[in-house]
Write a protein that binds this ligand. Structure first.
Ligand code: GLY
Ligand code: MN
Ligand code: MN
Length: 430
């Protein structure tokens, strides 16, 4: 999509937000709403701050992830008013805002003060944001029911948001291809990370989350957080879970690549890939997301038996005994948007058989979800089974072999449409 089209969609997006926010405010008795972008806290005992990424509702309107101490005021029937913090500061640069159509629907003012602007507002004011930024501000701070209603405005993506999420996928897919090439050429985790950043043109502090890059057994740690600077003597597998932000919107993609001579692990990865494809095909309006999670457990049970990892237990028993959960301990996915784990996923709590599931809703057009089945060899989860009364059903030699490859996760970003779904990651060539 050309940039001009994207930018015109942004104006529609802001108008849609205006309607949604006004409705939420009216329903909860508020006449105006002030949104804080937030600010990065300082590290204790240090003169350095943490990396900053702005507060969700502020980004929902502006996409400006790096703007600290900025404020957005919404009043029904009036154009939104945005105060951007632009101090006179010889240590830091101020953002140069490119001229874009959204500035015709949001009034922009520049401010040298970090505190909330003095405003002429009548009636009841709500103020939302990190409480650390709200201390002296008048009005009701973070009213819980209003916050829930505002979270709900983020569930059904506008056309602008869908275009941004699609672009975030296109960019991240370039990074994943570079990462894979670097792995196959014998690169270390650190070098794979550099290749990913070079290809996506985004430094890690701006990405939605720190890229998870695990070689060999590191791939078995769900959110493995280190980067070895030396490649292992034998690189057997790569798991990379990495996204980018585009105009604030996130992609969240995982790929697993076996080395050329890893026959057993490659077969398992291929089987999980086929399962992931079937799960993505389930995405459609009216489908209970929890059902996709449960279908994943059935699929993993079948894979474990087919791969000879377990034997003598049927698929139902593998699920009911908690064995599939030891290999796949996380949820099948979550909402995706301006935050990587986007809000409002749970109107009802996660069921007892899926305690870590972040999304328990029935799918509707406009929702964007991840589908990310995984299969890992995690000693702390498998140990009680291997050494317990069901231990004889496990092929210990196969598990030992697979443990050196860590695990598999395959993650795509999928939009629910009126007709079914669009897989934004595969559309992008991922
Ligand atoms: N990248 C974190 C997740 O997949 O949820
Ligand atoms: Mn991920
Ligand atoms: Mn995810």
């Amino acid at each position: 999509m050309p940039d001009t089209e994207l930018l015109s969609l942004q104006t529609d997006h802001i108008q849609a937000l205006q309607q949604r926010y006004e409705q939420a405010m009216a329903a909860h008795g508020y006449d105006s709403l002030l949104i804080s972008s937030g600010a990065a806290p300082m590290r204790y005992g240090d003169d350095q701050s943490w990396h900053f990424q702005g507060y969700g509702p502020f980004l929902h309107w502006t996409g400006l992830t790096g703007q600290e101490h900025s404020w957005l005021l919404l009043r029904p029937g009036e154009p939104p008013l945005l105060w951007l913090y632009q101090p006179i500061d010889f240590w830091h640069a101020n953002l140069e805002l490119p001229e874009e159509p959204w500035q015709q629907v949001i009034e922009v003012r520049y401010s040298q003060q970090r505190e909330a602007p003095s405003m002429e507002v009548s009636g009841k004011l709500a103020v939302i944001g990190d409480p650390a930024s709200l201390a002296e501000v008048p009005g009701d701070h973070n009213p819980v029911q209003l916050l829930a209603a505002l979270d709900e405005t983020r569930v059904h993506k506008t056309l602008y948001e869908i275009a941004c999420l699609a672009r975030a996928n296109e960019i991240a897919v370039l990074g994943h291809k570079a990462a894979r090439d670097t792995f196959l050429a014998g690169g270390s985790e650190f070098e794979i990370n550099l290749a990913y950043q070079r290809a996506t043109g985004q430094r890690e502090a701006e990405a939605p989350y720190h890229s998870i890059i695990g070689l060999n057994e590191h791939a078995g740690t769900l959110h493995y957080q280190y980067y070895d600077t030396e490649a292992p003597a034998r690189s057997r597998s790569l798991l990379i879970d990495a996204g980018v932000r585009f105009r604030g919107y996130c992609s969240d993609i995982t790929r697993t690549t076996p080395a050329a001579d890893e026959g057993r692990f490659a077969a398992l990865a291929q089987g999980l890939g086929q399962l992931q494809h079937r799960l993505c095909e389930m995405v459609a309006p009216g489908v209970d997301y929890v059902a996709i999670h449960r279908k994943t457990h059935e699929g993993i049970a079948a894979l474990l038996s087919a791969a000879g990892v377990v034997s003598g237990l049927d698929d139902k028993a593998l699920v009911e005994q908690g064995i599939t959960r030891a290999f796949f301990p996380h949820g099948i996915g979550h909402f995706l948007g301006i935050q990587v784990h986007d809000v409002a996923g749970k109107r009802k709590p996660s069921p007892a058989d899926a305690p870590l599931l972040r999304l328990t809703r029935t799918l509707e057009p406009g929702m964007v979800v991840t589908i990310e089945p995984g299969l890992y060899i995690i000693p702390s989860l498998l140990g009680p089974f291997l050494n317990g009364p069901l231990g004889e059903h496990f092929n210990h030699a196969v598990i030992d072999e697979l443990q050196g490859c860590g695990g598999i996760r395959i993650e795509d970003n999928v939009l629910v449409t009126a007709e079914g779904a669009r897989n934004l990651t595969r559309e992008a060539g991922g």
